[in-house]
Design a protein. Sequence first.
Length: 325
Amino acid sequence: MPSQGRMRRLYKASKRREIHLSDRLFYYLLKISSWMLVGLLLLMVVLILKMSWPAFQSFGWRFITTNEWNSVTSEFGALALIYGTVVSSLMALALAMPVSVGTALFLNELAPRWLSIPLGFLVEMLAAIPSIVYGLWGLFILAPFLRNYVQPPLVENLGFLPLFEGPPLGVGMMAAGVVLAIMIMPTITSICREIFKTVPTANREAALGLGATRWEMLKLAVLKSSQAGILGATILGLGRALGETMAVTMVIGNNPDIKVSIMASAQTMASILANQYAEADSDLHLAALTAVGFTLFLVSLAINGLARFVVWRINFRFRGQASGL
């Protein structure tokens, strides 16, 4: 019979084999799951491209360089839709980013605990409101407010500028930008708060110890070291703004035309899909709408890729300055 020591060694060896087997199974399970996600994404892209190929084959580059969209004459161009999507999203970003960063700074650095906790909860609750509710609010509350109190003074005093020319309709690019800004603010604010929490307390104390004021401490110790994270939060907010459908559809006016004025009606790629996809009257019309969805995917991919490159450049420069010190 084997000795007790040999049995103990055999038992430990069998346990190690079991552990190694479980590790390998777990590794391959995660690997298969990861590649399945990549494969699912590629399958979606291939399927959408296949469905939209008749439109690309019929119009070629004219599909993204012209703004004629007429289902009666079977002429389809997505330039106005791309313009409306990009401009409304960038307008929302310009409105939401300063407010979001300021709110995150206030909740993290300035507000007392009894105020920051409930106020932060309320801000994050804005992200849970369905987009159709935002659309109804924008259509019945925001649009009349803009039409009666905001746009008339702008037209009267700044109407000579192309950006503010045209009648004050209420609905249009301005209303869409404001609604999108409100919708993406909770996302940017919550991520910025988590980023600011990662800044070491020693950095703040060092800035104050060197004689910095409260604002200078926030600017140097918190904001400067969080540039890449703030930009990352902005990317996520921009991603939601680019793909938002129902809220924008209800307030943007749905006019597929390119106009510089933010008072004018416009249309986005997502809104035209919501309006016309169920009512497409020909195979070419359906293919053109699917091509719009594929173009939206490419635009989102390009903007996110550019933003990630900027994040990489900021991190690279920040590491270079830190190593120089």
